[in-house]
Design a binder for this molecule. Structure first.
Ligand code: SF4
Length: 321
């Protein structure tokens, strides 16, 4: 698979009264055409901020302070707003966390879909109506709901309508920020199956953020685990689930139930993430890590790759020795 998106050394700060808080710190990865990459981590680890930076949607107090985001050879960070507009919806689209907040409650679903078409294409009214009906049908919503308002749809239908909107212009990449977090587990599963089927049918790539690893366990190709603004582990989803290497990845695995295997006691990860304004030296996970060593408190571990897995932990790259 060839690379569609290339992120290098991405850094994002939030301006705070105490000084800049480094929310995303030196994140780099490639996303192949048609690939599904899931980004997991607890709330506040920087995963949604990173998605917004990739989509060039950051607003004050957040700002990108370094790095590049290259989409099909074009560095999005160098484009003017009008140039970016040419790429949005056509090349990449974003599905927000809460459809109820993202959709306009005073406009019908059809009017909102048509708005996107009018803003980004020169299609006539008949073609717009046809395309809007097509994408609703693709996400299993009766096109009769083009006339419905968001409050007339269930939570799952609203979220599917958001996905329909994201697919209007057949983008190559769909960026999803916790699209299932407001849904019950049955609706979550149904939505994920739908995304999977559409991806197989249309061939788009997915960048998917979630705090719940179980949501993506059966759907993503690769998994990136983020902690305190950094990627601490990345690899194929199966490999990371079957054999997590970073102690934080282990902690996340132990914190959610599995449908397979014997029942087990769930455990949380004790402690809190570090200050991002004055981060400690050494490993950012050291204060919560059961396997912490002396070296961890003074030397910041590098993210190193071996056999397709990347891990940021001295246990696997023992500088102590
Ligand atoms: Fe734990 Fe040390 Fe690895 Fe950090 S580097 S995760 S503190 S063992």
């Amino acid at each position: 698979m060839s690379s569609l998106l290339s992120v290098r050394d991405l850094r994002v700060d939030y301006e705070t009264p105490a000084g800049p808080a480094r929310a995303v710190s030196g994140v780099s990865f490639d996303l192949a055409r048609g690939e599904f990459l899931a980004i997991v981590g607890e709330s506040g680890c920087g995963k949604s901020t990173m998605l917004f930076a990739i989509a060039q949607l950051l607003t004050y107090p957040a700002s990108q302070v370094g790095g590049t985001v290259t989409f099909e050879g074009v560095d999005l960070t160098t484009l003017r707003p009008e140039e970016l507009r040419q790429h949005r919806w056509r090349d990449f689209s974003v599905v927000m966390q809460s459809a109820m907040n993202a959709l306009n409650p005073t406009m019908s679903i059809g009017a909102q879909l048509a708005d996107v078409c009018r803003a980004h294409t020169d299609w006539d009214a008949a073609r717009i109506t046809q395309r809007c009906a097509e994408v609703l049908a693709m996400v299993s919503i009766d096109p009769a709901h083009l006339k419905s308002y968001p409050f007339q749809l269930s939570g799952g239908m609203r979220q599917r309508a958001m996905i329909a909107m994201a697919l209007l212009l057949e983008p190559k990449l769909v960026i999803m920020d916790e699209p299932t977090s407001a849904l019950d587990v049955v609706a979550q599963r149904s939505l994920m199956r739908q995304v999977q089927a559409l991806r197989e049918q249309l061939g788009f790539s997915v960048l998917f953020v979630t705090h719940d690893m179980s949501v993506v366990s059966h759907f993503s190709d690769r998994l990136a685990v983020m902690y305190a603004g950094e990627v601490v582990e990345m690899g194929s989803t199966r490999a990371v689930f079957d054999d997590p290497q970073h102690p934080y990845s282990h902690g996340l695995m132990d914190a959610f139930p599995s449908l397979l295997g014997a029942p087990r006691v769930l455990t949380g990860i004790a402690g809190n993430p570090p200050s991002l304004v004055n981060p400690p030296g050494g490993c950012l996970f050291a204060a919560r890590c059961a396997q912490v060593m002396d070296v961890c408190r003074s030397v910041h571990p590098e993210l190193l790759e071996e056999d397709g897995r990347t891990v940021r932990c001295h246990l696997f790259h023992p500088v102590a020795s």
